[in-house]
Design a protein around this ligand. Structure first.
Ligand code: UDX
Length: 434
């Protein structure tokens, strides 16, 4: 099949590489000419596991090409996938549909005279398919909703092993084409508006699950219980499931914060109530302040008279593991709160996200390429992203180089007994400490 994908970000590029590796002819289109030139030279701007290897292979096989003009990029397409960004609109909490509208106008100008399917993969509010149909205004084009559920950091894994493919359309022709594409997958066909809502309803539900376990963690800390046992016990009930019950520092990234806000706005537009989602948005914002305060309070304990500067090493800047993405990263927001405190010096390390963090935090913190150097002569070590790498460091060595011995593991990554036996004053989330 000839597939064109508009937008080469964290969704568009892995999707393009995935389809190309399955033998389809894929053209990835991006209006950013510099980006297309970099892609033509084999340079990828984002970090995703195994993406570079598969990218190189599919380009070499001639299955993956690039274009910056939509007209040129879709001329042979049977299927056009819209995977452009829908960030939060400045000044409102709605999804900004500028890129969707621009791409739709350009498709309209192509005056397509054969049947093609245009699938909207970007996360868009209910009713956007109708809007795109109106802009393109061409009976040869079937506008379909086909939301993306892949996770950053695991994009290719999720592309090849999706839980479900959701396709919203009433067109039999579009169904036939997409059935061919996903013949071995679990496909759910719905109407277009339901499909658009499935994406928001899913993301908001997962965000809600995380916020819920974070609140249970707070209760555990006060009541003397352990949130990890509670989550394990809850997860054994198959109706609840054991995923997305890891208590931590709050959710972040380019999806959950934006999509929960957009869903709330949609509910207001339709005069419908979404009080749970409202609570989750506010609760998650508050959580990052609360975690920053916990860290700042620990620092104050070490410096009761305010006569010295406390050095804190922070492991993790990305919004989660396996990605270089710092958009709405809770780690970054916690650091920003800490920067408002007096007498704190922040040393930071992330395996992949230092460069993206620099674009937000500038030179207000000190960046390290090595976790051991980052923790040298610090008073406290704080873990804020759940990287596997952090599980396997030589903490004995790290402790010997530290000035004091506090380890705040706010992603519940490490083995508590082991860290205590090494000599750390260790704390994690969702447990009571005296
Ligand atoms: C999410 C959805 O999972 C995916 O289906 C959708 O397509 C895009 O949005 P992503 O943003 O890549 O994916 O990250 P995800 O793995 O869902 O994590 C989101 C945030 O929640 C991260 O900050 C993560 O650290 C946090 N999280 C996740 C927790 O705090 N606890 C958990 O148990 C799970």
């Amino acid at each position: 099949m000839n597939i064109s994908i508009i937008g080469t970000g964290y969704v568009g590029l892995p999707t393009g590489v995935g389809f190309a590796s399955l033998g389809h002819n894929v053209c990835c289109i991006d209006k950013n000419i510099d980006k297309v030139e970099r892609l033509n030279k084999g340079q990828i701007d984002i970090y995703e596991d195994n993406l570079k290897e598969l990218f190189d292979k599919t380009v070499q096989e001639g299955k993956l090409t690039f274009a910056y003009s939509i007209k040129e990029g879709i001329q042979n397409a049977d299927l056009v996938i819209l995977a452009v960004g829908t960030p939060t609109e400045p000044n409102t909490n709605k999804a900004d549909l500028t890129y969707i509208k621009e791409a739709s106008k350009e498709i309209a100008e192509c005056e397509i005279d054969r049947h093609i399917v245009i699938a909207i993969k970007s996360t868009v509010p209910v009713g956007t398919g109708d809007m795109v149909e109106e802009i393109i205004n061409n009976e040869n084009c079937d506008i379909v909703s086909m939301p993306e559920f892949l996770r950053e950091g695991f994009a290719l894994h999720d592309f090849f092993n999706p839980d479900r493919i959701v396709i919203g359309t009433n067109s039999e022709k579009a169904k036939n084409l997409l059935q061919q594409l996903y013949q071995d997958k679990n496909v759910l066909f719905t109407d277009r508006r339901s499909s658009e809502l499935i994406k928001y309803a899913s993301n908001a539900f997962l965000a809600l699950k995380i916020h819920y376990i974070n609140e249970i963690a707070d209760l555990c800390e006060k009541a003397g219980a352990n949130v990890e046992f509670v989550a394990k016990g809850m997860g054994l009930d198959s109706r609840i499931g054991n995923k997305f019950l890891n208590a931590g520092i709050g959710f972040g990234g380019s999806c959950f914060p934006k999509d929960t806000k957009a869903l709330l706005e949609t509910s207001k537009e339709f005069d419908s109530k979404m009080s749970l989602v409202d609570t989750v948005i506010n609760g998650n914002n508050f959580r990052k302040m609360k975690i920053a305060k916990k860290i700042a309070d620990k620092a104050k304990e070490l410096n009761p008279h305010g006569e010295k500067q406390i050095r804190i090493a922070i492991y993790g800047l990305a919004f989660k593991n396996n990605t270089d993405d710092c958009r709405e990263s809770p780690a970054i927001e916690i650091i920003q709160h800490l920067l408002n405190e007096k007498d704190l010096i922040l040393e930071v390390y992330d395996p992949k996200a230092n460069e993206n963090a620099k674009k937000i935090l500038g030179d207000k913190v000190n960046y390290y390429e090595c976790p051991k150097l980052c923790a040298y002569a610090v008073d406290m070590l704080v873990i804020l992203t759940e990287w596997e790498e952090f599980k396997n460091l030589d903490y004995k060595l790290i402790l010997t180089s530290m000035r004091d011995d506090i380890l705040l593991d706010y992603r519940n990554l490490l083995d508590e007994e082991e860290m205590k036996s090494i000599g750390f004053k260790y704390e994690r989330i969702g447990k009571k400490y005296d």
